[in-house]
Design a protein around this ligand. Structure first.
Ligand code: ADP
Ligand code: ZN
Length: 292
């Protein structure tokens, strides 16, 4: 069975073909420009592929409420050419197959829980720490949503006592994303994250924020596994710092074997699918749309 996947990102689009086992057979990448130009490339890619379904894991915010008149739209993006763009509708006009649609991070969570680092459990979170901070959740095997998709990257966290950076989120200033995404590192320390490896104060502060976020997610959603990816996590020493601070913050309050010094390395983990999580997730969304 061939299933199409579209990882619709703010800077690049990845289109691919895979199957229900998570194997990726073909993939192409192109830069995100206007909706017309970018989607013309998407349509051309899938034209002769004979896929049975297509999934889209998209940058957001997006409308994932099937009862809404604007279901399938990219909604409030600052990218003008994509604002209120009916990506599902436009794809449906071209290809008469079931179409799955969710956020890029929910797609990645689904891929990790179906084929990757969280496949042994039926609920997980996927967090990316990159240009922004996004978090997707799979609960009982299903993508999680309520009124709309959660926006867990924008939660409020306690400020580090040594941090005077005002934060860069255009909506909230010093929310988690405003304080801890890649651009926050660059703006606070005047160097890109890649160039800050040897400054321990940078990573202590970064772990301080990320650990608070994970603590809050654990307390609210009780995920069975947390997968953390994105460019900033390429700093290999960062995840161990985050795990340590999560344990300290929780202080033994959640008394489960997974959240202990012995097992935390297996509870808060890097992606099992590496850079394929996004595309594989879109394919998983496509596969899921066939049974709905
Ligand atoms: P996106 O979020 O746009 O999909 P990435 O996940 O690659 O892309 O994140 C890009 C961000 O991650 C940038 O802010 C970049 O500076 C930061 N980044 C990339 N590699 C590293 C690294 N090795 N160490 C720290 N930060 C990094
Ligand atoms: Zn924010």
């Amino acid at each position: 069975m061939l299933i199409g996947g579209i990882e619709a990102g703010g800077t690049k689009f990845v289109c691919g073909i895979g199957n229900e086992h998570g194997e990726i057979i073909e993939r192409v990448t192109f830069p995100t420009t206007t909706s017309e130009e970018t989607m013309a490339k998407v349509f051309a890619f899938f034209r002769d592929k004979e896929v049975e379904a297509i999934g889209i894991g998209s940058f957001g915010p997006i409308d994932v409420d099937k009862a809404s008149e604007t279901y399938g739209y990219i909604t409030q993006t600052p990218k003008v050419k994509w604002k209120n763009y009916n990506i599902v509708g436009e794809l449906k006009k071209q290809f008469d197959v079931p179409i799955g649609f969710h956020t890029d991070v929910t797609a990645a969570a689904l891929a990790e829980s179906t084929w990757g680092a969280a496949k042994s459990v039926d609920s997980c979170l996927y967090m990316t720490v990159g240009t922004g901070i996004g978090v997707g959740a799979v609960i009982n095997g299903q993508p999680f949503q309520g009124l709309t998709h959660p926006e867990m990257g924008h939660i409020l966290v306690k400020r580090h006592p040594n941090d005077t950076f005002e934060g860069f989120c255009p909506y909230h200033g010093d929310c988690l994303e405003g304080l801890a995404a890649g651009p926050a590192l660059e703006k606070r320390w005047n160097k890109k994250g890649q160039e800050l490896t040897d400054q321990p104060e940078v990573w202590d502060m970064e772990a301080y924020y990320l650990a608070q976020a994970l603590m809050n997610y654990i307390l609210v959603l009780s995920p069975k596994k947390i997968v953390v990816g994105g460019g900033v996590m390429k700093q290999e020493h960062l995840l161990p710092l985050v795990r340590k601070q999560v344990l300290e913050l929780l202080n033994g309050y959640i008394a489960v074997p997974e959240i202990t010094p012995e097992n935390i390395d297996d509870y808060i983990v890097l992606p099992g699918l590496g850079d394929n999580a996004g595309l594989a997730g879109a394919i998983a969304l496509g596969a899921g749309s066939m049974s709905q």
